[in-house]
Design a binder for this molecule. Structure first.
Ligand SMILES: [Fe+2]
Length: 194
């Protein structure tokens, strides 16, 4: 029977997963920066791209502190989150709605990372990997701050502007709304001759 894995093995596995996730993010963020209309949002995403590059290096320090080689293992979770985020870029949204959607996509990334680093920090602590834990906690704090910045940008005007753009567009959709009501009122009695 194969030897049973320990928490240390699981920890290394999660580290490799996170290392790969960070690398995926460094590739995805430039596309989001390009798609953002709000200068505040663009700046925040750009700053986080730079931060993410440092986080990759910090993970390399974590591996080194454990005498392990820095290797990644495909993170399917992050790949899925990024794929969903990229699909937004193909949508035909007005500028502010696109920005609101970019923030939503970026916050999904941040929350996934916060969950990953939260686990890594606490596992590192219980196993006595103090140096690794301290490094990982630095990144955890950065992810939380990035998430808070995105929230404040969204609530600081982008969501409101997107809602107003939706109101303005409502006039054009009135005809569609009427049709929708008919459908929801019950099965249509119309025949093809009507
Ligand atoms: Fe990150």
């Amino acid at each position: 029977m194969a030897e049973m894995g320990t928490l240390h093995d699981a920890f290394l596995d999660e580290l490799r997963d996170t290392y790969d996730a960070e690398k995926q993010i460094t590739k995805a963020l430039p596309k989001m920066v390009k798609a953002a209309a709000s200068p505040a949002l663009r700046d925040a995403l750009e700053a986080h791209l730079e931060e993410t590059q440092h986080q990759v290096e910090r993970l390399e320090q974590v591996f080194a502190s454990l005498d392990e080689k820095a290797t990644g293992k495909h993170c399917a979770g992050m790949a899925g989150i990024i794929e969903e985020g990229q699909s937004i870029l193909e949508e035909d949204f007005d500028e502010t709605t696109m920005d609101a959607c970019l923030i939503a996509a970026a916050q999904r990334v941040e929350h996934y990372e916060m969950a990953a680093y939260g686990t890594l920090v606490s596992w590192a602590r219980v196993m006595g990997h103090t140096e690794a834990a301290d490094l990982l906690e630095e990144t955890l704090d950065e992810e939380k701050a990035a998430d808070a910045t995105l929230s404040s940008i969204a609530k600081g005007g982008i969501n409101q502007a997107a809602a107003e753009a939706a109101d303005e567009g409502e006039g054009d959709e009135e005809a569609d709304d009427e049709e929708e009501e008919e459908i929801t009122a019950g099965p249509s009695k119309r025949t093809s001759r009507d």
